[in-house]
Ligand binder design. Structure first.
Ligand code: DP6
Length: 339
């Protein structure tokens, strides 16, 4: 935190990595508090990150957000919800100016909300002079976006759905440091445009209409336990099985919703088929996952990413390929010059 001589400005900057879930959640148990209906398990992606500079200023009349150097606009309601929680703790009423930059395309199914809200709450807590308790920050980031609760931490992360109606127990926790099992991820971009139905709205459609929704929820705890055990044992084959199954079950729920949520395109399917062939016919340590969008993420065992990237670049309809190692948790940036 830094304050100018007249104490009318409080500033801090932070960076957070995006993450992808290997065991997915798809559904909320409380929409207002943004509580996930089931737990999830994710990995942080080093190459996809957000840097955010927070400035609380006595002269501002509303929270504003400038994304990627664009002109500031009124901050989304969920941003102000997160900031209000922190302002209440700090006893500060000042509004904030937020400058945020992603090093990857926004809204193309690469989870910018996860890294965005994680960087936001860490920078805001620091600017307000609050203790940076990770568990508490995870809970606040969750109110911005469910997946953001996981981006507070690095490496392999588990998010618990919790049972309390106030959501105090719906937080993420770190499972394994990135260096302990240095998997790599190859992201195949198959479309650039933002998705037609956002995650939150899509989850509600599925909850109300999919005949598979109850079965999906019933299997969630077992999937989570299997994935947690696979991560702790560094068992790539076991993690592959449970992750692909979780992903395909979630898309089964999406496809069976009314109206149907079809997030895939032809290249999504082609990339999935290629990844399965690389594993089953060429013996490469790789499996796929796909979120609420058309991009395919190939999770690779140590040493496999180069061959996987080369194969995915050759799939018709794949527009670009990005590679990433596993990332660390959200961190403060030492000076504004870093932001
Ligand atoms: C398919 O957590 O991004 O990526 O809380 O409404 O912002 P909001 O949703 P979000 O949804 C993530 C859905 C998912 C699965 C997952 O990350 O577990």
């Amino acid at each position: 935190m830094s304050a100018d001589a007249s104490q009318k400005v409080m500033v801090a900057s932070a960076q957070a990595c995006s993450n992808i879930a290997l065991v997915k959640y798809w559904g909320k148990r409380d929409v207002a508090l943004n509580l996930p209906v089931s737990g999830s398990l994710s990995i942080a992606l080093e190459a996809l990150s957000t840097r955010t500079r927070m400035e609380f200023n006595a002269d501002l009349t509303q929270d504003t957000l400038a994304l990627g150097g664009a002109a500031p606009v009124a901050a989304p309601a969920r941003v102000s919800t997160c900031l209000d929680l922190l302002r209440a703790q700090a006893g500060v009423r000042w509004r904030a100016r937020i400058d945020s930059v992603n090093n990857f395309p926004t809204g193309a199914g690469l989870a910018s909300s996860a890294s965005g809200y994680a960087a936001l709450v860490l920078a805001a807590a620091a600017a307000l002079g609050l203790p940076q308790d990770r568990r508490a920050l995870s809970r606040i980031a969750r109110q911005g976006s469910g997946s953001a609760a996981r981006s507070i931490f690095g490496g392999f992360v588990e998010m618990t759905a919790g049972v309390r109606s106030d959501g105090e127990d719906a937080v993420a926790r770190p499972l394994l440091e990135p260096a302990a099992w240095p998997l790599e991820v190859v992201v195949a971009i198959t479309a650039q445009e933002a998705k037609a139905v956002g995650s939150g709205a899509g989850m509600e459609i599925s909850r109300r209409t999919s005949p598979f929704y109850a079965a999906w929820l019933a299997a969630g705890e077992d999937d989570l336990a299997a994935a947690r055990a696979a991560v702790l044992a560094r068992d790539f084959a076991a993690l592959s099985r449970v992750s692909e199954h979780s992903c395909l079950k979630m898309h089964g729920v999406m496809l069976s919703s009314e109206p149907a949520l079809v997030y895939w395109n032809g290249a999504t399917v082609a990339a999935i088929q290629r990844i399965r062939a690389l594993r089953e016919q060429q013996g490469l340590a790789v499996f796929f996952t796909v979120d609420a969008g058309p991009q395919v993420k190939a999770i690779c065992g140590p040493g496999a990413a180069g061959a996987v990237a080369q194969a995915l670049r050759a799939v018709a309809g794949v527009q670009a390929v990005t590679m990433s190692g596993l990332g660390e948790g959200a961190r403060l940036l030492a000076s504004e010059a870093d932001a």
